[in-house]
Design a protein around this ligand. Structure first.
Ligand SMILES: C[S@@+](CC[C@H](N)C(=O)[O-])C[C@H]1O[C@@H](n2cnc3c(N)ncnc32)[C@H](O)[C@@H]1O
Length: 280
């Protein structure tokens, strides 16, 4: 981890990392079927940006249940899939022959060992984003791509934004004990995300806005978010029953605008995809 500038900042990083690890451990068995099916909508684009193909040595960080790594294996890549949480490593092990427990920052790999590295919706969960990018730059060969995604603003990424709006419309207070802010929050715009990659030592940085539609029954999506996210679900989990009912009513009203004739809703999803090149 990079040296924190203050004792408070260091303490926040340690507490945030623990909040994330324990949260993802609880989600490991339920992530794939719901939320993981949605994030997979971006995996093809991330693999293409990284230049993944036959014989390419790919490092994946925060692999979750292993969908992206498995797709990369299907493209003929030599993949090392990693995740910080043993429970997720075990889940990914159902799809992949070998998964390594490794945390970002602090990757247990030598310099320049990979042709490219990818992290799908992971940088927004790490305690120290600058140190995380430096670590990826270190393990990727000079000229190799480092590809990272995060969520776009909640006003564009409606599949998640609708939960925050429902909580606000229900007048629900933020449950006590949640971290105030993820360390990544200041970087969650195209300009700041690009700046993060440059500060982390990457060159030729580009950030793209990418949108897609996730079609899912609204009840199924409600359960997917409650059982497949850490922070968003904590906003609802910590509420009493009448409040959860009010939030759910607002959620149903808000999602009705995307209703399709087959009973699903066509949810707009929006992400940022950042690509930079390692200088070794
Ligand atoms: C939102 S999930 C994304 C999973 C997968 N990449 C996907 O696209 O669906 C975030 C993943 O990052 C992992 N994670 C959280 N903090 C991490 C860290 N500091 N280093 C590596 N992985 C981390 C979690 O265990 C979880 O599997």
């Amino acid at each position: 981890m990079a040296r924190p500038e203050t004792v408070d900042e260091g303490q926040h990083m340690v507490e945030f990392a623990e909040f994330e690890r324990s949260g993802w451990a609880r989600r490991s068995r339920t992530y794939d079927d719901g939320f993981g099916a949605m994030t997979a909508g971006l995996h093809g684009r991330l693999l293409a940006e990284a230049g993944v193909g036959p014989g390419v040595r790919l490092l994946e960080v925060g692999c979750g249940t292993g969908r992206l790594a498995s797709a990369a294996v299907g493209l003929g890549a030599e993949v090392v899939a990693t995740d910080a949480v043993p429970e997720m490593v075990a889940e990914a092990g159902r799809l992949l022959p070998e998964v390594v427990r490794a945390e970002l920052p602090g990757l247990p790999f030598e310099a320049n060992g990979f042709d490219c590295s990818v992290g799908a919706f992971v940088i927004n969960h790490v305690p120290d984003p600058v140190a995380a990018v430096r670590d990826l730059a270190r393990v990727t060969v000079p000229g190799g791509a480092v590809v990272l995604s995060c969520w776009d603003a909640l006003t564009a990424n409606r599949a998640q934004g609708v939960f925050f709006d429902a909580v606000a419309e229900a007048g629900a207070a933020r449950p006590a004990g949640l971290p105030d802010n993820a360390p990544f929050t200041p970087y969650a715009t195209p300009e700041a995300f690009a700046g993060l990659l440059r500060t982390g030592g990457l060159t030729g940085v580009e950030v793209h806005r990418v949108g897609w539609t996730h079609r899912v029954a609204p009840d199924r999506w409600w359960r997917a978010v409650l059982t497949g996210t850490v922070l968003t679900s904590s906003l609802i989990e910590g509420q009493d029953e009448p409040t959860v009912r009010r939030i759910r009513e607002r959620y149903d009203a808000l999602t009705a605008r995307w209703a399709e004739s087959d009973g699903t809703v066509a949810m707009p999803v929006a992400a940022l995809v950042a690509v930079g090149r390692s200088t070794g």
